[in-house]
Design a protein around this ligand. Sequence first.
Ligand code: AHR
Length: 601
Amino acid sequence: MLPRLPLAGLIFCGLACPLARPLAAAERADFVIDAAHPGPAVSPTFYGLMTEEINHAYEGGLYAELVRNRSLGEDALIWYPVQAGGLAAHLRVDPSTPLNAELNRSLRLEATGAGEGSAGAANGGFWGIAVRGGETYHLSFYAKEPAGGALEADLESGDGRRVFARARFALGGAGWRQYRADLVPRQSAPDTKNRLVLRLTRPGVVWLQLVSLFPPTYHNRPNGNRIDLMEKMAALHPAFLRFPGGNYLEGNSLAERFNWKRTIGDLAHRPGHRSPWGYWSTDGLGLLEYLEWCEDLGMQPVLAVFAGYTLDGHHVPPGADLQPYVQDALEEIEYVSGGVATRWGAERARDGHPAPFPLRYVEIGNEDFFDKSGSYEGRFAQFFDAIKARYPRLQVIATTPVSSRRPDVLDDHYYESAARFRALAHRYDSYDRSGPKIFVGEWATRESPPSPHFDPLAGIPNATAALSDFVWMTAMERNADLIVMNAYAPLQMNVNPGAFQWRPDLILYNAARSWGTPSYAAQVKFNSGRGAQLARVTAPPAQPGLFWSATQSPDRIWLKLANTTAAPLDVHVAIVGREAAPRPDFRLDAYSDTVVVFNLH
Ligand code: AHR
């Protein structure tokens, strides 16, 4: 069959135009769907999100805090002195004047000199601060200044020439006090080269801690999330959120694991910790914030609990040594899902959320196939037994196959090239259905090799990767009776040089804007709809490069197709067993994918 060339192409293309080259002839693909006999149920949680603190996913990302190094945990100070007139600014971290045992240092600002002037501490945010006119920015900070001086807070341009909003505070009192004000800039800043400055206008000393500036957040949550990023996630219609990792769960060492009890409650008592991805996390986005993120997007939490293995290769031996960690996981589950009459459910209520969160899946560790000691068998068994004894209805996920117990679900991870994903596309078609269900907890096509130099496009999924993602999604959806959940990873990336560690990612952003990658677009398209059951399909035999999946609801069929060949495909679909609106044959272009919906009557 001759390829159908667009008329415009025929008229305007010269010999050098690619359209003038002969195109591969179209192949034909025939599908028959038996609509009277749909197949097994599709997992209702089939598609979701996986998250961890990587690529400044929260700090300088989803967590809307604008002040960087607000609690002084980072190696670099970030804050810098600014001065004007007759005053000089002196700034340093002071370990001898802590706010409390957790935030055990402070920022000491001293103004020296005489006459008119100011001396301040400036913070340029996470690679900039977006200032939007008319929006309310909630400023808060702790200060200790017994002398009764005054402090000025300015949201201003990076050169200090334009002040967008200002608040003034009368300081004083024997100890630490918290101060708050709302800053409402009248106008937007033209760029993100802006800063927050806290200034003394007379000689004196002030100690500062937990200086925080929040713009409006999604659903107006205090201590909440960035609106544009939440909206991008909402558009994916995710059914679950797997958190807190990933490597972030494990940490580089026991001291740096995700220690959930240190991530809840008053921000002033969250010490923060180092992410294994090489930077500081304030834990402002802690366990309760993960759960509220789930609540805001209608996702169910998939809670990964620390299981005694850290990225430095250390493992806690099963038995008495591991028992405190098992107990910690039980208490974490209670914090998430327990009623207010339970010890940890009551703690959650005190933290502001009396209603328990629905919890069905708990994952024991992360990628424990890296633990070459073989201790996961014993560690998994100990967690499994304790969790099942207390919470028999919970589904327990193993991160690598085990024989000591039968996990409910097994978490498989795939970071593969497009060619490899095509080769793997039929892996689950003939998979043993009598064993554990499958969670593809992390997957992504990795096509372009990351550049050694900064190149914002290197490693960002391209069209080839996005088509391959679509292929892999058809492979998973065709097996959505077995694959109960899947999530692309990593989810987020701050594009600033120095901000990211892993590419490709799904959602990219800087201080002002965010973008979905081609892979993001592929997921929005793929997840635009699916039926509650697998459709029964007779597909064309041995059609290399063609990948498909089909699901069915009482009134509709979704057929998803990917063509990875250089030839277009003429597709014919016959629906039998139910009356369906007739659909003419259609053409699937070379290297393209599509979602086709058939209405049933
Ligand atoms: O997604 C990035 C990392 O890949 C995760 O932290 C880890 O689980 C995997 O190795």
